[in-house]
Design a protein around this ligand. Structure first.
Ligand code: NAD
Length: 277
């Protein structure tokens, strides 16, 4: 696997789930890591978000590899907080070479009953958060003439689904934002690529609210009960994938050698990509 010795990687939403997997994967390959997470629940999100204890656990896992870690409780929707995080990382670690805009939420409701607050939360975390992350890291990357940026969309960034107006809009938006940023940054040694995951086994999909939405016929559906419904969203016979599968692609795009791959969207969705254009 590629060597990230001497590199500094920023990962947002890294207190748990995919973000934690990416942070640890970078540290295991020699990078120092900068992470943030809001570490607070949202009234609009019907499952618990990460906690400060989760963020501390990611720090522990990164430091166990022998690498350094800056961890901050910050909401990616807050531009000033993202600018402050980047300024601190550049001052303490010298630079940010790699940025993974991973933080996000899932808010499920049909168009006829989705509230403005639910819409705003989803767009703020999933789209404005990506804008803020890229906006905060790109000036330093331009100055140094080097950067690898990876954004996280979804298979709902290329399709629609019931209850997913805000989520799908935010994830389609991430693709448009990333392709445009790839062009803005193309002359500065900076690449921007998108990963569009299928169902990934994290608390975003393993929670009572989503389980009940997927199996309204059951009182307290279990993972076993919802697995066939999740599986129907994939083409291959697998309900969900592990976060480490996404990390492998993040590492690929983040590698120095991936210098001439930019503006692409890579689906990692157990074959569902075959169903969409
Ligand atoms: P997760 O809920 O386990 O992790 C998301 C993390 O982001 C949490 O720690 C949460 O606290 C944090 N977060 C949320 N909003 C934030 C904000 N505004 N500022 C800072 N931190 C914030 O879920 P995950 O599966 O690891 O999600 C990672 C990314 O992958 C998200 O962008 C998500 O939309 C995307 N994704 C997930 C799936 C899936 O099936 N799990 C599928 C496609 C895409």
């Amino acid at each position: 696997m590629d060597d990230f010795q001497g590199k500094v990687a920023l990962v947002t939403g890294a207190a748990r789930g995919q973000g934690r997997a990416h942070a640890v994967a970078f540290a295991e390959r020699g990078a120092d890591v900068v992470i943030c997470d809001r570490c607070e629940d949202s009234a609009q999100v019907f499952y618990p978000l990460a906690t400060e204890a989760d963020l501390a656990e990611t720090v522990r896992l990164v430091e166990a590899t022998g690498r350094r870690c800056i961890a901050v409780k910050a909401d990616t929707g807050d531009r000033a907080a993202m600018d402050a995080l980047v300024a601190r990382a550049e001052s303490e670690f010298g630079r940010i070479d790699i940025a993974v805009a991973n933080a996000g939420v899932s808010v499920a409701s049909p168009i006829q009953s989705m509230t403005s607050a639910q819409w705003d939360e989803t767009i703020n975390s999933n789209l404005t958060g990506v804008f803020n992350t890229l906006g905060a890291v790109s000036p330093g990357m331009i100055e140094r003439g080097y950067g690898r940026i990876v954004t996280i969309s979804s298979m709902l960034g290329r399709a629609g689904n019931t209850n997913m107006v805000a989520y799908a809009a935010s994830k389609w938006g991430v693709i448009g934002l990333s392709k445009s940023a790839a062009l803005d940054l193309a002359g500065h040694g900076i690449t921007v690529n998108v990963i569009a995951p299928g169902n990934i086994s994290t608390p975003m999909i393993h929670n009572d609210a989503l389980y009940s939405l997927m199996r309204p016929d059951l009182d307290a559906p279990t993972a076993e009960d919802v697995a066939p419904v999740f599986q129907s969203l994939h083409a291959q016979p697998v309900p969900w994938l592990e976060a480490e599968e996404i990390s492998r692609a993040v590492l690929f795009f983040a590698a120095e050698a991936s210098a001439h791959i930019s503006g692409t969207v890579l689906p990692i969705d157990a074959g569902n990509a075959a169903r969409v254009t």
